[in-house]
Design a protein. Structure first.
Length: 288
């Protein structure tokens, strides 16, 4: 495994591997099996697998957890080496976000919904750095987890709208044995919170089954299902950020009954920790 810690080193190492398709896995580090599954997927696609580790300051708001976001570079490098990663890019922040930088990538209207409404500027920060990584690596394939469904949607839209020659692949959410979606932020949870967090995906699953078993026929019924989920989350001690049923093609919220598949998107707070998750409602054969 090669390690590039600067743009100069990256530009020196990359040309040697252009004879093989390059699969890029952008990360913010604090790696777990969810990230490992992306590396495995990249290898299965037959590519040279490159992983970037960069805690992107542009996607954090003024009151968010940039300073305490977990940083475990040595453990991450050992993890990636065991996984068969070919190249790791571990740059200094000032090289990727120079103090004088002013140019950003603006997401479309879908970037202002859900996580974008709760975290103004978040997705502009995400897309700006992802587009820079795409420029630096020129990958044939880029891999992202489906846990961040809105992020995946917006990256695909950026690639499509800017005609970038990259295949953006989503990979299914990897979960803990109790169903909680793997996330670097899970390590913020104390023992009691971690036990309670497992109820989050279970309530989403119950709601998805309810929709599939008895699909709503009116906008009032859609609203009732949403309200029921919000109340159930609150009873378990979660503070609800948002719950939404979204169109898989536009990501716009569905307020009237719609043919499946649709996305069930949710974000909650447990103590100071913000968790997100999503499910696709509808027949497996139609899922996005």
């Amino acid at each position: 495994m090669r390690i590039a810690r600067s743009l100069t080193e990256l530009r020196t190492l990359l040309p040697a591997f252009r004879t093989r398709p390059l699969c890029l896995v952008p990360t913010m580090g604090a790696l777990h099996e969810g990230h490992g599954s992306l590396v495995d997927r990249g290898r299965a696609e037959g590519g040279f697998v490159a992983v970037s580790i960069f805690v992107n300051p542009l996607q954090f708001g003024p009151s968010e957890d940039l300073a305490r976001y977990p940083r475990t570079p040595e453990q991450d490098l050992a993890f990636l080496a065991k996984r068969g990663t070919d190249l790791v890019f571990l740059p200094r922040a000032e090289e990727i976000v120079p103090p004088t930088a002013t140019t950003t990538v603006t997401p479309g209207p879908a970037g202002n919904l859900y996580c974008g409404a709760s975290r103004p500027g978040h997705f502009a920060g995400v897309l700006t750095i992802v587009s820079k990584l795409f420029h630096l690596f020129s990958p044939e394939i880029a891999l992202f987890g489906e846990k961040d469904r809105q992020q995946l949607f917006l990256i695909r839209a950026m690639v499509r709208d800017l005609a970038l020659p990259i295949r953006v692949l989503g990979h299914p959410t990897v979960r803990e044995p109790d169903g909680l979606a793997m996330s670097s932020r899970n390590r913020y949870l104390d023992a009691e919170e971690r036990k309670r967090a497992a109820k989050f995906p279970k309530l989403l699953e119950e709601t998805a089954r309810k929709w599939e078993t008895s699909p709503p026929k009116t906008d009032k019924e859609v609203g009732a299902i949403r309200a029921s989920l919000e109340e159930a989350l609150a009873r378990e001690g979660f503070r609800v950020d948002y719950v939404a049923f979204a169109d898989t093609e536009t990501l716009l919220e569905i307020t009237v009954p719609s043919p499946c598949p649709i996305f069930l998107l949710a974000a909650i707070f447990l103590g100071k920790t913000r968790l997100i998750d999503n499910l696709t409602i509808g027949p497996e054969s139609l899922r996005v």
